[in-house]
Design a protein around this ligand. Sequence first.
Ligand SMILES: [Zn+2]
Length: 452
Amino acid sequence: MTEFDLFIQDCHVLLPDFTILPNAAIGIKDSRIALLESDTTNSGSYTSREIIDGDGKLAMPGFIDAHTHAAQQLLRGSVVDELPMVWTRILVPFENNLTPEDVYRGAMLFCIENLKAGTTTFADAGGPFMEMVARAAVETGMRGLITRSTMDSGSDIPDMMKEDTRIAIRNCEQLYKDWNGAGVGRIRIGFGLRQAMTSTPALLEAVAARSKELNASVHIHLAEHMAEVAHCLTNYMLRPAEWFDHFGLLGPNLIAAHCVRLSDREILLMAERGANPVHCPHSNLGNHGFSKTPLMLALGMNIALGTDGASATRLNLFEPMRLLKFAMQARHGVDINDPLALPAQEVYKMATQGGAKAVMLEREIGKLEVGMKADILLLDIERSHLTPTAHLPKTIVTAAGPDDVCDVIVDGKLLIHNREFLNLDEERIRYEAGQAMLEVGRRAKLSLESPF
Ligand SMILES: [Zn+2]
């Protein structure tokens, strides 16, 4: 008789090919999916320490938010409807006044918000005190690829936020040494560059070299806005992606957030190099522009999705999936009468398998198959906006939301059951984050309203 650590019985399963396996059972052992089969009549021959009734639920892979900023959790509500330059007026004083404790409290809230929405893995592009983000991910049970954002130049950046190039690299290496592999392997550390305008050539060179030596990811903001394109053209006579390529930074280990101001030539270059664009439709549609996603897909590129943090949106990947699909339809489909500018299956893939590949974990997460890590969410599908439906996977993309998530498993551990955390005090975490928000607001002289 097989013994599992956790067993989900009588659920439906969303398979990697966007079809449904009905009335299935999932057996989890040693943090991995050890059994996934459609016939539950054999379930009598299994035992399990813990059993979840999956009746009326759909098992899906946990979502992967491939571009976010945990340290901006306490900025929620501060940047909405603000006039330029949000970066210099709000973001810089905010980040500059964060303490390690603020970051920790914000990151705890960040993790519980993500987990409740079924996001089980995040790729953090960086902010101050990233060790506190790693600590929060370890404590909450999330999986994360965490990078320290580095800046060693830039006219808009106060001197105290810039680092000497060598110190910046040394700090990244220290974070790697202290936290890579923490949380029983759930935490991985990569290298980060904020963006082209805040990096000297020496920093780009050093990050390219060290990340290759350690086989680590590099997380950057790329082709996010026109000022960055103008900066690269003016100073280097190259466009941003070409400038990064000059240092060998475009590769399968590159997570390139936004990518909305790329030329077709740059897209081709990124496709050749296997780099991973991450679209963040909430940010991009707000002030940066439309991506050329259909062209990227036609070139076979791996694309992921991100939220870009909580400052202007809700942390979940249901909304970005929907938003990107309809934005691409409006931009690239309507004029040429093409209803398939961005099919539902492709955008779903971005939020799961695409994210997994972007964080170099495609053999571990992003799909439900035997042998994969058990990062699973259960969606309550017995809801009026989801069923009955002629095509459940397409309905998930177009109609499901974070409030439909009822159970969440990461690395084989059940963290949320019936929408409640089993080991975390959500109310306390929210209260403490609220206190931290007030304190950082006072120090940064930002008019952050009472968070309650
Ligand atoms: Zn970002």
